[in-house]
Design a protein around this ligand. Structure first.
Ligand SMILES: NC(=O)c1ccc[n+]([C@@H]2O[C@H](COP(=O)([O-])OP(=O)(O)OC[C@H]3O[C@@H](n4cnc5c(N)ncnc54)[C@H](O)[C@@H]3O)[C@@H](O)[C@H]2O)c1
Ligand SMILES: [Zn+2]
Ligand SMILES: [Zn+2]
Length: 345
């Protein structure tokens, strides 16, 4: 089969690889019908994730059709259409029992990281019963690719941890695919205002069409002053960080209202200053989380009932064999106006 192989920082190739086989009785082999590229794949290609070895197939998102199941798989059979979760969970360990699948002792984020991933014609999924979801009949499979990672990430790490409530004023810093996933799922809770902050005008304009009530380009304007003026100097009830750099987390610290929630979503590589000299008395909550994908069943229902339309995050489509070109378009997001790319078999 063909797959997108990582060959160390800066190097990748669409190459021949042996088709995966069942290794454990709990495995399933999936023929990929659609997959996508994540910002995390770009981090890997930069060399930021050193556990990823030369020869690894990248990708942790996708939908496909089951080709074969191990003898212990009871919930799925050959021919089933499935959504692949970016998080693999055994369902039995201490963390899985707590619903913290991201920290599963035998799984977690392993696809396209510690084991071969989904940017390939076939993939082996361990603990298939817990790590795959049935796709409802007549569902838009392309839209469901957004449910492998970014929708549960935005919803769990941003909206649920941030405890967005009706009437809240919410600020989302970062209008990438994850920040936009926060924006669309925050609206389940009817906040009064959603302020979107980024430095990319195209993404901010997209945010406006997705329901942002205010947009701020923090490259051109002072985001802190603007938010203070919008909120009569109170600040926001929920500040969600979806970039992953110190400046944007510190912006969240500066704009949070008394009693507010700062929900971190971004992956950080540098330490951040915690301004306890101003925050100690403000009754705030700060949360961090690695996506657990515990909300995938709920999100699947909202997509099936058309309450949520994640397909609007897809800006470009390619054939799977053209994945190298798709990476270029995804990497040049500002010029190409890319959000998510979908690759189809
Ligand atoms: N916690 C988790 O489980 C989890 C899961 C997936 C992704 N993530 C992280 O979420 C973050 C967002 O992911 P994404 O795919 O949307 O990334 P992305 O790079 O596509 O988007 C980031 C956005 O931040 C904007 N930005 C950059 N610098 C800024 C600044 N100084 N001020 C305001 N905006 C700025 C960019 O223009 C871009 O639109 C990343 O850090 C990613 O690694 C976390
Ligand atoms: Zn991802
Ligand atoms: Zn587990």
């Amino acid at each position: 089969m063909k797959a997108l192989i990582y060959h160390g920082p800066g190097n990748k190739a669409w190459e021949e690889k042996p088709k995966p086989v069942i290794l454990e009785s709990t495995d399933a082999i999936i023929k990929i019908s659609k997959t996508t590229i994540c910002g995390t794949d770009l981090h890997i290609l930069k060399g930021d994730v050193p556990e990823v070895i030369d020869g690894r197939i990248l990708g942790h998102e996708g939908v496909g059709v089951i080709e074969e199941t191990g003898s212990a798989v009871t919930e799925f059979k050959a021919g089933d259409h499935v959504l692949i979760s970016c998080i693999t969970s055994c369902g039995k360990c201490e963390y899985c029992k707590k619903g913290m699948y991201s920290h599963c002792e035998k799984g977690g984020w392993i696809l396209g990281h510690l084991i071969d991933g989904t940017q390939a014609e076939y993939v082996r999924i361990p603990f298939a019963d817990n790590s795959l979801y049935h796709i409802p009949e007549n569902a838009d499979e392309e839209a469901l690719v957004m449910l492998s990672d970014i929708l549960p990430t935005g919803f769990e790490c941003g909206v649920l941890n941030g405890q967005v409530k009706p009437g809240d004023t919410v600020a989302i810093v970062g209008a990438g695919p994850v920040g936009l996933a926060v924006l669309i799922t925050a609206q389940f809770y009817t906040p009064a205002a959603i302020i979107m902050i980024d430095i990319d005008d195209n993404r901010l304009n997209v945010a406006k069409t997705f329901g942002a009530t205010r947009i701020i380009n923090s490259g051109n304007e002072n985001a802190f002053e603007k938010i203070m003026s919008i909120t009569q100097n109170k600040g926001v009830d929920v500040a969600i960080e979806a970039v992953g750099i110190p400046a944007t987390f510190e912006l969240c610290e500066s704009i949070i209202a008394a009693g507010g929630h700062i929900a971190n979503v971004g992956v950080h590589g540098k330490s951040v200053n915690l301004h306890l000299e101003t925050l100690w008395s403000k009754n705030i909550t700060i949360t961090t989380r690695l996506v657990d994908t515990v909300t995938t069943p709920l999100l699947l229902k909202t997509v099936s009932s058309k309450k949520l339309d994640p397909a609007k995050l897809i800006t470009h489509r390619f054939a799977l064999k053209d994945i190298i070109k798709a990476y270029e378009v995804f990497q040049n997001a500002a010029i190409e106006k890319t959000l998510k790319v979908v690759l189809s078999d």
